[in-house]
Design a protein around this ligand. Structure first.
Ligand code: PSU
Length: 299
């Protein structure tokens, strides 16, 4: 049986010509940002990857196939759709087997990127250990995926709505390298600094590419998490965002499972009067540019 993989013409040509590719996820489009900023951002992120010398491959499941690279019509259809499923490792195969449609999270995008032979993936922030996880057990499947699938994921750290110290602990237990890019402290998504030390530091795309290759040579399962701080001009300082996060957490206490992260992000956009969304867009663009440079260093 062949894999249910469908490449856009741009991605198919890049694979043929051996051009560097960067995978992009689609849950950020369907669940992370409101219309129309979601479509504008997805389009701008693809453009940022191209401008930085690589080829973007936005991943989503549509009508029972994994699409690696979405043409503008498919991208617009996904961004405008209501009630799209949010797919992780657990539900990817079920959605495909039923001929369904869904957006891929970090975990599912890593699986699809690896199937497509793409080693580098840019997102905003990964999922992690939610606050109160000692009672709820809510830990994102993104962490386990990083431990098993060999893709380098460029993020602005884990989303600061999470319990960041516990997220770091779990990543360490799972053997996932967490690499601060040109920083000694872990970035916290909307802010440049979480106050926590970054376990590792690298200062160039070439070093990150070399570490990616070395993991493969050693036969180590799993990927790398690159934590790239939001640009200074776009950041929301920690003392400003932390109370706003607390308010958003209080307002969304009823959400559970897959609904938690989207509900928190949406409430925070309201509380910050759009500033958290602006910061989110800036950090994703920044991650796309770094991912393109890493993909070129790997090619
Ligand atoms: N980065 C963003 N916005 C997002 C996400 C990442 O800037 O919405 C998505 C990713 O798809 C990630 C998901 O996998 O949030 C985490 O969801 P959960 O906490 O339910 O695992």
């Amino acid at each position: 049986m062949t894999l249910p993989l469908s490449f856009s013409p741009e991605v198919a040509a890049a694979r043929r010509d051996g051009k560097p590719l960067v995978a992009l996820e689609s849950t950020i489009i369907t669940h992370g940002m409101p219309w129309p900023q979601n479509l504008e951002t997805a389009t701008a992120v693809e453009q940022a990857v191209r401008a930085a010398g690589a080829v973007p491959a936005t991943v989503a499941v549509m009508a029972g196939a994994i699409h690696v690279g979405l043409d503008p019509e498919r991208l617009a259809a996904l961004a405008g759709a209501e009630g799209v499923a949010k797919l992780s490792r657990a539900d990817l195969a079920v959605c495909l087997a039923r001929g369904g449609t869904g957006a891929t999270t970090v975990a599912a995008t890593m699986i699809c990127a690896h199937l497509a032979g793409i080693a580098v993936f840019a997102t905003g922030g990964i999922g992690g250990v939610h606050r109160g996880a000692e009672a709820s057990f809510d830990i994102s499947a993104d962490l386990h995926e990083l431990a098993r699938t060999p893709v380098t994921v460029v993020s602005a750290g884990a989303k600061a709505i999470l319990d960041l110290p516990k997220t770091l602990e779990v990543l360490e237990t799972l053997g996932v390298p967490v690499i601060g890019y040109r920083t000694d402290t872990l970035p916290a998504f909307w802010s440049r600094d979480s106050g926590l030390a970054a376990p590792l530091r690298m200062d160039s795309p070439a070093e990150i590419a070399a570490a990616h290759r070395m993991r493969a040579r050693l036969g180590l399962a799993g990927g790398q998490l690159v934590a790239n701080p939001i640009p200074p001009e776009a950041e929301i300082p920690r003392d400003r965002i932390v109370p706003q996060i607390e308010a958003a957490l209080a307002d969304t206490a009823g959400a559970s499972a897959k609904a938690v992260t989207p509900a928190l992000l949406a409430r925070l956009h309201q509380i910050t009067e759009g500033r958290s969304l602006e910061a989110n867009i800036a950090l994703v663009l920044n991650n796309a540019r770094l991912a393109a440079a890493i993909a070129q260093a790997l090619a």
